[in-house]
Design a protein around this ligand. Structure first.
Ligand SMILES: [Zn+2]
Length: 820
């Protein structure tokens, strides 16, 4: 095997292309190259079945959905338009839907590289023919514009490239380039590569110094161009990737665009949302739309590796420190804010409303895998592993055909995996990442081999002039004993760099964002070479145990990573996690789910002295280790709040929401005051709820889910976007009830949204067909973050009304309305 192969060039035919053109390319590259997934064969019980399901269930499912939702037909319509049809109409919702097909072809190509599947190969070729026919003669490929007819979204732009902020023209082809590189490498065929280079040549003619300078609003083409460069050796693709990154945050030569058509104001830069607020090399924080950001940072790492640009590396390290130090969920989730699908301010990491889009987690995983090879530091692999086992895997169901878009860290039952989304970026993204997972296990330089991830199986690579096979025997992630047999073809001196995970060294993350409560260093990992102890952790270099020696076939490295249950607390600056604890074992984050815990988990208290035991459950959730023990629960009983013992079971976070909808929590209360009281189902629970027109989720008014504050993201109903109007909620009963007290907990999202406590309210009861006000004994209060209780002269009635007058410029909402 050659270095070119290590760099990911798989097909013999490609070596010829590479040899003929690589002299144009720069000498620099990542100091360690990934060992391609085709040379890493996993035979374990965790990943191997997942990869097989991805190939046999997920990829066919995503192709089928792409067919059924018109994503494939769009290419046929574009072909018809090119042949003169004038009545076409783009038949899905977003102009970036083309990219879902490209991403799935990328996934299928990876599958074809390791499994002969003539039927899949034929199907992919058919799709490629359709894409070729949809490409305009000069290389332009964007079905929504080629079809003509009514645009699927207003942000297409009047002509090509006019609204790159949102058109996704360059984003789409970025995924095309990635797919083309994968397809060529996997099959040796050039049909998709020809489409990609024709497109990239057009983009290179149109964009660059002295030409168009607007960068893409949604990054991705940078990664794609670098892959095209690697496959073809054509230097201009790498230069173009760098040009697009350098163009961010600079106004020279930019064509103005109108972001908000209602305001009609022209602007040049896209702002923080698209990482276009300042030049890339001056950026220091992870900001904006988190998928865009992750792809930018990954592409910039590629360019940094290939050009040796120190300013890029410095910027990437600063941005990474901000991300890992202030904006990373314990689950590896990225992006706190749903409003812009992206990064929130430092330490703002709400759990119920966490966005953590599957694509953002994947993009950040890709970025960290590149940072590991750039900096040869295990801290990046620590983040990579955390994202992969938790935030990426949670994006797909155990059945392989249902998905999450956001991956929250708490639920009151509103979350459910679904087969598809109208904006379907996530499913094909999971498909392509899972197929290529073996490619993230090892990296190799001339004289070092990095072992970054652990699973039973083999990896083949070349180092120090010899072919080398590493054979891992382990039951990771359930057990921490890892045996690595080293099998060089001939005796050779090189360094085996074995990652000792941060979690095993008492550092859940390489920053102070999270820490373990357990005393440091106990129990400590051990490492043996041919039975002899190697001193840890002081012998570590950037998180790796560097074992340099003349290796002989049959040498054995044994890494033992103790896996006690570990408790995590967040930095005090993370308000959402204050007074709370998360639980981990090995690389896995755990959570409590309703179905294992008598239906409720928000009321669980996990005191600092409580213990959990690990128990293997091969029958559960595809085979997992669960954690069980005794905790406490806070409940209302006969009108009193009581704290009682309660057995708890925790499951790996990635397995949640596979058994129906219900409560889930990663961060558990450490004290009763931090738990949500499980209320007794009072009178309101028996009511049929109706509300005034256009009320949203009115049934949440009596869902018995205790709010933590008025801006709690859980379990409220609201009237947004109505403002200043009079509204109502009715509770209707089958038989008359006697009522003398009413309590309301108002929803108010000051600082984030448009709901405020109302101007006024009152309670009415139904008598005959009339609504009469009750005789209240006190004020109708409108306090935030509190129950507003009013007592009144008892009434017997079949229906009670909460009448609300909204403030003039504001809407309103109700967390909970209870009656007695
Ligand atoms: Zn997505």
């Amino acid at each position: 095997m050659t270095r070119a192969r290590l760099a990911g060039v798989l097909a013999g035919a490609l070596l010829i292309i590479f040899a003929s053109t690589c002299s144009q390319g720069p000498k620099a590259d990542y100091p360690a190259a990934p060992v391609p997934f085709t040379d890493v064969h996993l035979t374990d019980a965790f990943w191997a079945p997942r990869l097989e399901m991805n190939r046999t269930v997920t990829i066919p499912h995503v192709f089928k959905q792409s067919e059924e939702t018109g994503r494939v037909k769009n290419f046929e319509l574009a072909e018809a338009a090119l042949e003169g049809a004038t009545d076409g109409k783009y038949c899905s919702r977003y102009p970036f839907d083309d990219s879902d097909v490209y991403k799935t072809i990328e996934a299928a190509s990876y599958a074809l590289a390791t499994h002969s599947d003539p039927e899949l190969d034929r199907y992919v070729n058919g799709l490629i023919a359709k894409i070729a026919a949809a490409q305009e003669p000069d290389g332009y490929l964007y079905a929504a514009r080629t079809i003509g007819g009514p645009p699927p979204q207003p942000w297409l732009g009047k002509e090509r490239w006019a609204h790159l902020y949102m058109s996704h023209e360059l984003y789409n082809v970025g995924h095309l380039y990635e797919a083309a590189a994968a397809h060529t490498q996997a099959t040796g065929k050039k049909n998709l590569l020809a489409i990609a280079t024709k497109s990239a040549d057009l983009v290179a003619r149109e964009f660059g110094p002295g030409k168009r300078t607007n960068p893409p609003g949604h990054e991705e083409i940078e990664i794609g161009l670098v892959k095209l460069y690697r496959v073809t050796g054509t230097r201009k693709y790498l230069d173009l990737a760098k040009f697009f990154i350098d163009a961010r945050g600079r106004t020279e030569g930019r064509i103005p665009f109108v972001e908000n058509p209602r305001e009609g104001k022209e602007q040049l830069l896209y702002g923080e949302y698209a990482q276009d607020h300042k030049p890339f090399i001056e950026q220091t924080e992870a900001v904006g739309h988190a998928v865009r950001a992750g792809y930018l940072y990954a592409g910039a790492a590629d360019v940094a590796a290939l050009t040796g640009d120190a300013a890029y590396i410095a910027a990437l390290e600063k941005i990474w420190a901000d991300m890992a130090g202030t904006k990373l969920y314990i689950t590896g989730g990225i992006g706190a804010a749903g409003g812009w699908e992206g990064y929130g301010p430092p330490y703002r990491l709400p759990n119920l409303s966490a966005y953590a889009e599957t694509c953002a987690n994947i993009a950040t995983f890709l970025w960290n895998s590149r940072m590991q090879r750039l900096g040869l530091d295990a801290k990046y692999a620590d983040v990579m592993e955390r994202i992969l086992y938790n935030g990426v895997l949670s994006g797909i169901s155990l059945s392989g055909d249902k998905f999450f878009y956001p991956n929250p860290l708490a639920s009151f039952g509103q979350h459910e995996r679904v087969p598809w989304f109208s904006c379907a970026c996530c499913p094909p993204n999971v498909a392509r990442i899972l197929t290529s997972v073996p490619g993230y296990f090892y990296a190799a330089s001339n004289d070092k081999v990095y072992v970054n991830l652990f699973a039973q199986g083999t990896g083949k690579m070349r180092v120090a002039g010899t072919d080398l096979e590493l054979v891992q025997t382990t039951d990771y992630p359930w057990k921490g004993d890892i045996r690595i047999e080293v099998r060089p073809a001939k005796d050779a001196e090189f360094t085996l760099a074995v990652r000792v995970p941060g979690w095993a060294l008492n550092r859940p993350v390489p920053t102070d964002l999270y820490t373990y409560m357990e005393p440091p260093g106990e129990p400590w990992p051990t490492l043996k070479v041919n039975g002899q102890d190697v001193k840890l952790p002081h012998g570590l270099d950037k998180g790796y145990a560097l074992i340099k020696r003349t290796w002989k076939a049959g040498d054995v490295v044994e890494l033992s990573l103790p896996m006690p249950v570990r408790r995590v607390v967040a930095n005090e600056a993370v308000e959402a996690d204050r007074g709370r604890v998360a639980v981990e074992r090995g690389p896995l984050v755990y959570c409590a789910e309703w179905t294992d815990n008598d239906g409720r988990v928000a009321n669980i208290v996990f005191p600092d002295g409580a213990t959990l035991a690990a128990e293997s459950r091969p029958d559960l959730l595809g085979g997992v280790v669960v954690l069980t023990g005794e905790a406490e629960a806070v409940s209302e009983k006969a009108g009193k709040i009581v704290v009682e013992k309660k057995p708890v079971t925790l499951i790996p976070y990635y397995t949640w929401a596979n058994r129906g909808r219900g409560e889930m929590a990663v961060w558990l209360a450490r004290e009763p005051g931090k738990a949500r009281v499980a209320r007794e189902p009072g009178l309101s629970a028996k009511a049929v709820v109706t509300a005034s027109e256009r009320a949203v989720n009115p049934k949440r008014a009596n869902d018995q889910f205790e709010p933590e504050s008025s801006d709690d993201a859980a379990g409220y109903m609201h009237w947004w976007p109505k403002k200043g109007t009079a509204e109502w909620i009715d509770y209707t009963f089958e038989t008359p009830v006697r009522v003398s007290e009413s309590s309301v907990y108002w929803f108010d999202d000051t600082g984030g949204g448009g709901c405020r406590v109302p101007a006024s309210w009152r309670i009415l009861y139904k008598t005959g067909e009339d609504w009469l006000p009750v005789k209240a004994a006190g004020e109708y209060a409108v306090a935030k973050d509190a129950w507003n209780t009013v007592k009144f002269s008892p009434v017997r009635t079949k229906a009670l009304r909460l009448e609300v007058q909204l403030q003039d410029d504001w809407s309103a909402g109700v967390h909970e309305w209870t009656i007695k």
